[in-house]
Design a protein around this ligand. Structure first.
Ligand SMILES: Cc1cc2nc3c(=O)[nH]c(=O)nc-3n(C[C@H](O)[C@H](O)[C@H](O)COP(=O)(O)OP(=O)(O)OC[C@H]3O[C@@H](n4cnc5c(N)ncnc54)[C@H](O)[C@@H]3O)c2cc1C
Length: 489
C-alpha cells in the first residue's frame, strides 16, 4: 500500500472506536457533524502530500510512494531531503496543525534508527517489533498520535509516588498473544482522528516500578480504550470567515485504558525501566525537533507576513511602535531559522549510522519558543486592535447593498479593498484570538513540556562535559596586566 489520499484516510477511521464528546459516545467520527471540518482538514493533509509529491513523497524499497517523514536519515543529504518534505507539509496549515502524522512518523524513524538505545537489557525483540511497526506505518501510511505524559492529581508529591502513582498507565497482566494495560494518559492530540496511539517514554520513571515502563502502540479502536474529547473548537464556517477553525481543530483527548490488550508484536518496551529510561537520553530532541522547528518557522514567517499586511492595509507600516513589533516578529522567525540551520549543519551520525541534528540549538529553542509564540499572538492583537472584530463575513460581501457600503466604509488604505481587509483580520483573529487560537497557544506552551522544566533540563544538559575555564582565564589575564602595569595593590 502506498501513501494515502484523504479519501483513504477517512475510510480508515470507520472502525467503531470509543470516542466521547460532551457526554455522547461517537462510534463513527466521520459522520459526527461537529468533526466535519477537522476531518476535511486532515483529509486535505493527505491529499496535499500527493499534490506536492516531489517534496513530500519518496520511493520505498519496493518503489511505492511513501511519506518522506518515514525516512531514517543515513546522511546529511537525507536530512536535507527530509527537511524539504517536512517544510512542504508544514505549509499546508502554516504550522497551525501541530500533530500532523509526520510528527510521530519522524519520532518512530528516529527510534528505529537507534538500535543501540533500544537493544539493551534484553529488549532485542522490543526493537525488532518497533522496526517492523515503523515499516508497517510507512507502508499503510497510518496516522499516529502519542500520549506520553501521565496524569497528576497532586503536584505536591512526585509524579510516581502516592496518589499520582496509582493513575499511571501500567501493565496489569498478559496472556499468550497480548500484554494487558490499564491506567490513563493526559492529552492525545488528534486522538479521535488518528489510526494508532503510540505510548512511549517522556520523563524517567523509578526503577522500582517496572510495570509502568511500557512502550507500545494500539489502534484507536482497541477494546477498552476510551477517548474523552475536550470541547471541540472547530466551527462550521467557510474558510474566508474562519480559515483555521473551519478545518484545523486537531482535537485533543484524555485517554483511559481499561484492560486494553496490546498484541506482543506491538510492544517495544515491556516493563523494562532500563530501556524506558535510556531511549530518550540521546537523539530524541535532535531528531523530532527538526520537524517541530520547521513547523514553527513556517508559522512565524506566516505571522510576520500577516502582521505586515495588516499594518499596510491600515496604513500603519511606518508607525514606530508598529515597526518595532514587526521587527520583533521577524527576529523570532529569523532566530528560529538560524537555530534550525545550525542544528542541521551540525548534524552527525549519533552512533548507529543514523544522522541526527545537533540538539544544542534545539535545547535552547525548546523553552524559549513558547514565550515567542505567546508574544506573536499579542503583537497580532496589538497591531490588529478593533480591526480584528470589524470583520464582515463572506455572506455580508455577497449581499449587494451591504457590500457596497463595506467597500466604502471598511476599505483599506491605499488601494486595498474591503474584502481583502476583512480576510486579513479574520485570519489574524482566528490565529491569535479565537477559541482555536487560544488552544493552539496553549499547545505551543506545553507540547514539548513546560518552559520551566525545559530551562532546567537545558541547564543540566549544558553541565555535561562542561569545561569551566572562562572565569579563571579572565582572572589570570587580569592579574598579569595588574602586575605588569602596577595597577592597584
Ligand atoms: C494543547 C495541548 C496538547 C497536548 N497534546 C499532547 C499529546 O498529544 N500527547 C501528550 O502526551 N501530551 C500532550 N500534551 C500534554 C503536555 O505533554 C503537557 O501539558 C506537558 O508535558 C506539561 O505538563 P503539565 O501540563 O503537567 O505541566 P508542568 O510541566 O507541570 O507545568 C505547569 C506549570 O508548572 C510550573 N512548573 C512546572 N515544572 C516546573 C519547574 N521544574 N520549575 C518551576 N516551575 C515549574 C510552570 O509554571 C508550568 O508552566 C498537550 C498539552 C496541551 C496543552
Amino acid at each position: 500500500m502506498a501513501a494515502r489520499t484523504g479519501a483513504g484516510y477517512l475510510q480508515g477511521l470507520k472502525d467503531c472506536r470509543s470516542v466521547w464528546v460532551d457526554g455522547q459516545s461517537v462510534s463513527d467520527v466521520t459522520v459526527h457533524p461537529g468533526f466535519k471540518g477537522s476531518l476535511a482538514g486532515m483529509a486535505g493533509y493527505f491529499d496535499w502530500q500527493h499534490r506536492h509529491s516531489d517534496d513530500c513523497l519518496m520511493e520505498a524499497g519496493d518503489g511505492t510512494p511513501t511519506s518522506v517523514s518515514h525516512l531514517i536519515p543515513r546522511s546529511r543529504t537525507d536530512l536535507e531531503r527530509r527537511h524539504r518534505g517536512l517544510e512542504r507539509l508544514a505549509r499546508y496549515s502554516v504550522g497551525m496543525l501541530g500533530r500532523t502524522p509526520d510528527y510521530v512518523n519522524v519520532t518512530f524513524a528516529g527510534f528505529a534508527g537507534q538500535p543501540s538505545l533500544w537493544r539493551i537489557a534484553g529488549n532485542e525483540e522490543g526493537h525488532d517489533n518497533l522496526c517492523a511497526f515503523q515499516r508497517e506505518i510507512a507502508e499503510k501510511d497510518l496516522s499516529l498520535t502519542h500520549t506520553i505524559v501521565h496524569p497528576i492529581v497532586d503536584k505536591r508529591i512526585p509524579d510516581y509516588e502516592g496518589v499520582n502513582e496509582t493513575l499511571a498507565l501500567r501493565k496489569v497482566g498478559e496472556n499468550r498473544e497480548n500484554i494487558i494495560v490499564s491506567g490513563a494518559r493526559i492529552l492525545a492530540t488528534l486522538g479521535p482522528f488518528a489510526d494508532e496511539l503510540a505510548v512511549y517514554p517522556a520523563h524517567p520513571i523509578p526503577a522500582a516500578s517496572p510495570e509502568i515502563a511500557m512502550a507500545f502502540s494500539v489502534p484507536l479502536n482497541a477494546p477498552g480504550l476510551k477517548i474523552l474529547c475536550r470541547d471541540h473548537y472547530g466551527v462550521d464556517r467557510n474558510v474566508f470567515d474562519a480559515p483555521f477553525s473551519s478545518r484545523f481543530d486537531e482535537q485533543d483527548a484524555f485517554v483511559i485504558f481499561e484492560e486494553v490488550e496490546v498484541p506482543k508484536s506491538r510492544v517495544f518496551c515491556d516493563a523494562n525501566p532500563e530501556v524506558f529510561n535510556t531511549v530518550m537520553r540521546r537523539g530524541w530532541t535532535g531528531n523530532i525537533m527538526q520537524q517541530t522547528v520547521i513547523r514553527a518557522m513556517i508559522k512565524l514567517e506566516f505571522a510576520y507576513e500577516l502582521a505586515n499586511r495588516m499594518a499596510e492595509v491600515t496604513g500603519q507600516q511606518e508607525r514606530p511602535e508598529v515597526t518595532q513589533m514587526l521587527g520583533e516578529l521577524w527576529s523570532y522567525a529569523e532566530l528560529t531559522r538560524s537555530a534550525l540551520k545550525a542544528a542541521e549543519d551540525g548534524a552527525f551520525d549519533y552512533g548507529d549510522g543514523t544522522w541526527i541534528c545537533d540538539e544544542r540549538p534545539f535545547i535552547a529553542l525548546r523553552p524559549s519558543m513558547p514565550g515567542w509564540m505567546v508574544r506573536v499572538n499579542d503583537i497580532l492583537k496589538q497591531i490588529g486592535s478593533h480591526n480584528l472584530l470589524a470583520t464582515p463575513s463572506r455572506s455580508d460581501f455577497q449581499d449587494d447593498a451591504i457590500s457596497s457600503q463595506l467597500a466604502h466604509f471598511l476599505r483599506g488604505a491605499d488601494d486595498h479593498g474591503a474584502e481583502e481587509r476583512a480576510r486579513l483580520f479574520r485570519t489574524a483573529w482566528d490565529m491569535a484570538g479565537s477559541a482555536l487560537g487560544g488552544r493552539v497557544e496553549l499547545y505551543e506552551r506545553f507540547y514539548l513540556a513546560s518552559a520551566p522544566r525545559n530551562y532546567s533540563l537545558a541547564h543540566r544538559m549544558a553541565q555535561i562535559g562542561r569545561d569551566w575555564t572562562a572565569v579563571p582565564e579572565f582572572w589570570a589575564a587580569t592579574d598579569e596586566i595588574t602586575e605588569k602595569y602596577g595597577l592597584g595593590t
